[in-house]
Ligand binder design. Sequence first.
Ligand SMILES: Nc1ncnc2c1ncn2[C@@H]1O[C@H](COP(=O)(O)OP(=O)(O)OP(=O)(O)O)[C@@H](O)[C@H]1O
Ligand SMILES: [Mg+2]
Length: 267
Amino acid sequence: MYINTKRDVRSVEEIDMINKEVCSTGIRELDFQMSGGIPLGSTVLVTGCSGSGKTTLCMQYLFNGAQNDDHGVFFTITEPLFKLTKNLEGFSFYDKKLIESGMVNIIDLRIISERLGLDAEKYTVEDAGALLDILKDIADELNVKRLVIDSITALCYRLQSREMIRDFIFKLGTSLAAMNCTTLLTSEVPPQTYKFSQYEIEEFISDGIIFLGDIERRGDLIRTLQVVKMRGIAHSRAKFAMNISAERGLELVPLLKTSDVESLLRR
Ligand SMILES: Nc1ncnc2c1ncn2[C@@H]1O[C@H](COP(=O)(O)OP(=O)(O)OP(=O)(O)O)[C@@H](O)[C@H]1O
Ligand SMILES: [Mg+2]
């Protein structure tokens, strides 16, 4: 079923048949906006304020990919594993079997840091470099096609100066470009701002930006999603209303037609 009924809409599966060079997020309307998905090998910044749905979008991307045999890895630095898993269990896209079979791997970067003997709060350039090497080794070892870092903001926060952050972000960009996977980096920004990153460098190593925001309507905060940039493809820059539900995870409807997101989605 398609939410947008007024257009001549091709199914995501059909688009995928036409364009094999994309990585489908499995979020139908989002894939449609990008002609099938994220171009393979891209690094995409998923930007939004706290609670905007960044982690959910990334998890849905990994679990949907795993259903189609793409190995995925989620590196968390903000939330402990038990909390992440507990939240995930509420969503229908979550499938424990995909974790048990190793199709989706969730790894706490703080535990890796500890094992490397790094200071948990402050990284030197060498520490950050060592962490990057481990990240790359894990991605290679697991043969992952989809990689997530949640969040790049928290990772950079552990570096001591703007120069170090700049240096690290560019190294990360180079490392990710050399990997054989499509990456989502979450980026935390303050609420009600049209800013893509904390350090304002993250967007330059990114091939794409997906912006999660919100708008106030009749006292309600409506979630929004906008593909701001996606190198290599023609894509819509329309702002969509976004809903998060246990049954469907993230889903989108055109904002202009939204008088009541819930009722439209359930129609
Ligand atoms: N099982 C669920 N069913 C419906 N909505 C949910 C469910 N779990 C979470 N949500 C919604 O998703 C929101 C949180 O989304 P998410 O954790 O992906 O945001 P985030 O951008 O990663 O936040 P943060 O920056 O704090 O990590 C919650 O505030 C809630 O509205
Ligand atoms: Mg999160």
